[in-house]
Design a protein around this ligand. Structure first.
Ligand SMILES: NC(=O)c1ccc[n+]([C@@H]2O[C@H](COP(=O)([O-])OP(=O)(O)OC[C@H]3O[C@@H](n4cnc5c(N)ncnc54)[C@H](OP(=O)(O)O)[C@@H]3O)[C@@H](O)[C@H]2O)c1
Length: 268
């Protein structure tokens, strides 16, 4: 039986991971919405409150876990959201919020639990977005890239024996996509000059929510990563993530050319 800490346990990837690991492990499951607590308790896991936008709650969440255990085998940083919009008009506050939720909160939480992770592993749910800056979701892409780079350095520098693994899924069918429409309502509605692009993004998000890969693909890979002796530093999931990985190795001008061509073809 391992001790596993998961954030974002109430939906999509985090929920599926929590359900999977709850069967044979001691699981601490992070939530921000109290309505989910009883569902988590029914799984036999220990729920803990954490709001990634609130540093005090991150501090209290880490203190709670430390009061319950002195060893964590695996920390899975899952909680996240998508901030989208045209870079010409998106506010720096929205970009800061994106980095707070997808990057800084995970760093803060992991630093506070670092000593307990000696001999263990940290699995970050990054994204294929980490491979490059796709237009209109630059805040999301850069927050994931920064997550990967900061944690990779943390692993290189540490005197502890801790493995950090970045998992980069392509499109997975989860509520993230519908939430990305409601969460970016303002950018979508005030996108003067980019109406076509925003309409495309909304349509695409709805399509992704239905046609994305099944969340079980992520669970299967993470279950494997959790068991193998020498996990790699980075994994992709899905053909789209593999394609993004290959594309990212081209010179930036070529990438820009291909992205512009693709956008012209798709956005009418
Ligand atoms: N779905 C994809 O195609 C895809 C692809 C690549 C990477 N990812 C990454 O996978 C991770 C999980 O996404 P998902 O697809 O499973 O989306 P999801 O279904 O929306 O789940 C996101 C989880 O994060 C929690 N969360 C969001 N903001 C939070 C905050 N401020 N404080 C605390 N918890 C917060 C959510 O809580 P609530 O339930 O309260 O909303 C939920 O539990 C994210 O980091 C995402 O970037 C997803």
């Amino acid at each position: 039986m391992k001790t596993i800490v998961i954030t974002g346990s109430t939906s999509g990837i985090g929920k599926a991971l929590t359900q999977y690991f709850a069967k044979d492990n001691r699981v601490f499951a992070g939530y921000r919405n109290e309505n989910y607590v009883s569902d988590l308790e029914k799984l036999g896991v220990t729920p803990f409150y954490i709001n990634m936008t609130d540093p005090e709650s991150i501090k209290l969440a880490a203190a709670f876990i430390k009061s319950q255990t002195d060893k964590i085998d695996t920390l899975i940083n899952v909680a996240g959201c998508v901030v989208a919009g045209a870079m010409e008009s998106i506010s720096p506050e929205r970009i800061r919020e994106q980095f707070q939720i997808n990057t800084f909160s995970h760093l803060d939480f992991s630093q506070r639990l670092w000593d307990l992770l000696d001999g263990g592993r940290v699995i970050n749910i990054s994204s294929m977005a980490s491979f490059g800056v796709f237009p209109f979701i630059a805040p999301y892409c850069t927050s994931k890239r920064a997550l990967d780079m900061l944690f990779n350095s943390m692993m290189l520098e540490t005197k502890h024996n801790i493995k950090v693994i970045s998992v980069k899924p392509g499109v997975i069918a989860t509520p993230l996509w519908e939430k990305s429409i409601s969460g970016n309502k303002e950018s979508i509605e005030n996108s003067q000059g980019f109406e076509k692009e925003m309409n495309f993004m909304v349509k695409n998000a709805r399509k992704n929510q239905i046609h994305g890969l099944d969340v079980s693909k992520v669970v299967d890979l993470i279950a494997e990563i959790n068991e193998v002796d020498n996990p790699k530093a980075s994994y992709t999931i899905g053909p789209d993530a593999k394609a993004a990985s290959i594309l990212s190795r081209l010179p930036q001008d070529w990438i820009n050319f291909l992205i512009k061509k693709g956008a012209k073809f798709k956005i009418k």
